[in-house]
Design a protein around this ligand. Structure first.
Ligand code: HEM
Ligand SMILES: *[C@@H]1O[C@H](CO)[C@@H](O)[C@H](O)[C@H]1NC(C)=O
Length: 331
């Protein structure tokens, strides 16, 4: 699949049309089957970007906003602790190893041969100079940390259960206003607990996840406005039940951003977990205005109230920054 080439660049380093595999199998039959699977997964072609210069690559310019906001599937530090940004619970180990192995031994060195190399079973990151074992040590915390240091995407690994999907491992350094560790062990409904109107998409989301096939990744883009530069945000941005807020507060739009997440869903072929990943982009509102998209984004902010999910207007915080941002974008 050449899907990878369409969705990701480095500065946008994942993911995953097909996934390799990981296992430490002792029995020889299992070993042979494992090797066959690895070969199959790895035969899925990945087009190498031979002369990729990540320094001069302009970040992907996402403009996902529309004049009406409908909630849809839309498919197409100091006070922080490490525990808040990565973790696993029992059952999430193998999927973590599978993702580690696929990315470090297969995807990254194949797609970006100039940036990532495997030598003597060591993964070399030629951007940062970091080296890690090519095959995952049996330590999920370690593997999650390496993943967080190696790709810019945030990752959540979900296992299908009889009735839903549950998050069993994650590494998320760029939450847009939630505590990632609070989502560990939670199902899709609980994960989206604070999201108004989520019931409108919950059931189709579950069905969609169930049907997602190996090798058929999908993407969607989320957007919001953020005042302030914090790309890691565990409590701001969203207005949740019981939060107090100042309506139409004075905002400094010079410090305002259009914050987009390019999200992807991929099924891991070995463990069959769903990988939910997203890469965060922050575009200064001044840039949006300069390119002429200001009025369009202002209309999209108005559109939060006119679509099928008006509760998102408050949840996204537009009651707070909406007026100031719209005035700025239309001026
Ligand atoms: C097709 C799949 C999905 C859809 C359509 C979807 C949709 C949404 C929407 C509309 C929001 C509110 C966005 C906003 O604030 O602007 C949201 C928030 C969120 N989503 Fe999803 N989502 C999907 C999958 C997932 C998955 C797999 C996870 C796994 C962890 C996840 C985690 C979250 C979190 C943590 C929030 C913030 C909730 C909070 O404020 O506490 N989403 N999602
Ligand atoms: C939002 O939903 C309404 C009603 O279902 C529909 O008429 C409208 O075209 C949708 N807008 C967008 C931008 O999808």
């Amino acid at each position: 699949m050449s899907l990878n080439s369409q969705i990701f660049n480095y500065a946008g380093l994942i993911i995953l049309a097909s996934i390799g595999s990981y296992a430490v199998y002792i029995g020889s039959q299992k070993w042979i089957r494992y090797q066959a699977r690895v070969r199959r997964a790895r035969q899925m072609p990945i087009e190498p970007l031979l002369h990729h210069d990540w320094r001069s690559e302009k970040p992907r310019q996402l403009r996902p906003f529309k004049p009406t906001y409908n909630i849809t599937m839309g498919i197409q530090q100091d006070s922080f602790t490490a525990r808040q940004f990565m973790g696993f619970v029992r059952g999430g180990e193998e999927a973590t190893y599978e993702l580690y192995s696929y990315l470090l031994t297969h995807h990254l060195p194949s797609r970006f041969p100039g940036l990532f190399k495997i030598h003597n079973n060591v993964f070399e990151n030629h951007i940062t100079g970091a080296n890690f074992p090519a095959e995952p040590p049996h330590d999920p915390d370690y593997c999650l940390r390496v993943l967080a240091e190696t790709v810019e995407e945030d990752i959540f690994l979900l296992q299908e259960t009889e009735s839903t999907h549950v998050c069993l491992a994650f590494a998320c350094c760029h939450p847009a206003g939630f505590d990632p560790s609070a989502k560990l062990g939670a199902d899709l409904k609980a994960i989206h607990g604070p999201v108004p109107h989520f019931e409108k998409i919950g059931p189709s989301m579950e069905r969609y996840f169930r049907k997602l096939e190996v090798g058929k990744s999908v993407k969607r883009v989320n957007w919001n406005i953020q005042i302030g530069t914090d790309i890691t945000n565990i409590a701001g941005n969203h207005i949740k039940e019981g939060d107090t807020f100042v309506s139409d507060e004075a905002v400094n739009c010079e410090e305002g951003f259009l914050r987009c997440e390019l999200q992807s869903l991929t099924r891991l072929p070995e463990t069959k977990f769903i990988l939910f990943s997203f890469k965060t982009y922050m575009y200064p509102l001044g840039d949006i205005k300069a390119e002429g998209s200001g009025p369009e984004l202002a209309d999209a902010i108005d559109g939060l109230l006119t679509g099928n999910a008006p509760g998102l207007n408050k949840y996204k915080g537009a009651v707070r920054w909406g007026k100031g941002v719209k005035d700025y974008l239309r001026s």
